[in-house]
Design a protein around this ligand. Structure first.
Ligand SMILES: *Cc1c(COP(=O)(O)O)cnc(C)c1O
Length: 456
């Protein structure tokens, strides 16, 4: 365990207390059988660890913006909390930009990357002064037009794909030869095109790559950053001045889904980077980072009531209220995204007892809707609770509307000497009226008014 308690013991204790308090305080019960819980203490700790890790390796005075990848947990109160902890926002759609603005993030704390920015999005970003990384030559053309027609404070750069290779999960590998992101640097003529793009545009001052994500080894991530740095050095050498003044190294630190321990840590990654790319940290370059999953994943828990406990073909099956709607990746690609499950009784107390191989099923009407299949756990009974751990990023904040299942309420928590645990609402549970409204409720008769010529 290091100074931040990265073995995760404190985290597990806080979580157990929060589950019990959620039942006692009525957030979780027969009529609200699923909640998402966010450990505010843990989120603050991770943010502090991130800042400390890069402060340790950078030269004094180096500008560093840690921009949280909003995609990972698109919740306004989370963005506001992170902002209080000195973390900005990386946004990749008009919706994410709106969330960052609603959370009070300033343009200087915001970075826009996305592979499909419309002219209107680019114009707005440049008008606001938000940093933009162009994904490809066609996008750079559009930015050229905007730069010619108006003055902008936006720091501008190009995203490159160093094509260093993929990891164990195809869908989250961003630096394969054929990845859709950025300018593919090893393609014929591409490197020279990038160099020329900077030579021709004195206002291009940043270089961006995001080569990590779940399943990518640290060595490959550092290699991606090293190649990006080498390109910046080459460009500045060719231009004869330090035109590129900031390197955006992306995010993508993988998360340990196997225990409560944080591994790898930000400190380990930052030290590995300094070892592999010392020049990046000598003060000549400002830095931007874009971590998502590693900041939030371990601080979220889905807790769901067991509605029924049954048996099929000799297999115990707990039918809970958490399935594909809150754990979409796990349900559809269980081999790549296994989640730890812990078991609590009806009062929210950790449940022990002999382990039984069982399925933890969700509420959706298809057979594969399983949070865990054939998992050895204390036997879940009707009225117990199953918790899916490490779900603070890319899980319950990413609702999937299968079966028109309602988005669960999300609550942040902190230990509280008086009440045990204090909760704050992050997102209200979705109402049925909202489900109807989002499902065309205002246009109920719309299709019946359309008649093909000659019919009827
Ligand atoms: C998704 C994404 C991130 C964050 O990735 P994590 O694996 O959640 O850290 C950062 N930058 C860009 C450009 C992304 O697309």
């Amino acid at each position: 365990m290091d100074e931040y308690g990265n073995s995760g013991e404190g985290r597990a204790t806080r979580r157990d207390e929060a589950v019990r308090a959620a039942v006692e305080q009525g957030l979780l019960g027969p009529d609200s059988p699923i909640v998402g819980l966010l450990d505010v203490t843990g989120i603050r700790e991770s943010a502090a660890e991130l800042r400390a890790a890069f402060a340790e390796v950078t030269a004094p005075g180096t500008p560093v913006l840690h921009a949280f990848a909003v995609k990972a947990t698109p919740l306004v109160p989370v963005l506001r909390l992170l902002r209080e902890e000195g973390i900005g926002a990386e946004v990749a759609s008009p919706g994410e930009l709106a969330l960052a603005r609603a959370a009070g993030l300033s343009p200087a704390e915001t970075v826009l990357d996305s592979p499909a920015k419309t002219p209107a999005e680019l114009r707005e970003a440049l008008a606001l002064g938000i940093a933009v990384n162009a994904d490809n030559p066609q996008e750079l053309d559009r930015i050229d037009g905007l730069v010619r027609s108006a003055v902008s404070r936006s720091p501008l750069g190009i995203r490159v794909n160093p094509q260093v290779g993929g990891g164990s999960i195809g869908a989250t590998s961003t630096a394969t030869a054929t990845s859709k992101f950025g300018v593919a640097l090893r393609d014929e003529g591409a490197r020279e095109w990038v160099v020329r793009a900077y030579l021709d545009r004195p206002w291009l001052s940043r270089l961006h790559a995001h080569t990590g994500s779940q399943g990518i080894p640290l060595s490959l991530m550092t290699q991606g950053v090293a190649e990006t740095y080498a390109l910046a050095e080459e460009i500045n050498r060719r231009i004869g001045r330090p035109q590129i003044d900031t390197i955006d190294i992306g995010g993508g630190l993988p998360v340990n889904f196997a225990s409560d321990a944080t591994a790898p840590t930000y400190a380990e990654y930052a030290r590995a980077l300094r070892e592999a790319v010392p020049g990046l940290f000598d003060g000549r370059y400002g830095l931007v980072t874009e971590f998502g999953r590693s900041l939030l994943a371990k601080h979220g828990t889905i807790v769901a009531r067991v509605e029924y406990a049954k048996s099929a073909g000799g297999r115990a099956v707990a039918v809970t209220h958490a399935g594909v709607q809150v754990a979409t990746r796990t349900v559809y690609v269980p081999g790549s995204w296994p989640l730890r499950i812990t078991v609590y009784d009806g009062k929210g107390r950790p449940k022990s007892g002999p382990e039984v191989v069982q399925d933890v099923a969700g509420p959706a009407c298809f057979a594969g809707d399983l949070l865990a299949e054939g998992r050895a756990l204390p036997l879940l009974d009707q009225g117990d609770h199953a918790a899916a751990l490490d779900t603070g990023a890319y899980y319950f904040a990413h609702h999937y509307a299968y079966n028109s299942l309602a988005r669960p309420g999300i609550y942040g928590f902190v230990p509280d000497p008086a009440r045990g645990v204090r909760f704050a609402t992050v997102r209200d549970p979705q109402t049925l009226a909202s489900i109807v409204a989002e499902s065309g409720g205002a246009h109920a008769g719309a299709l019946t008014t359309l008649h093909a010529p000659g019919s009827r």
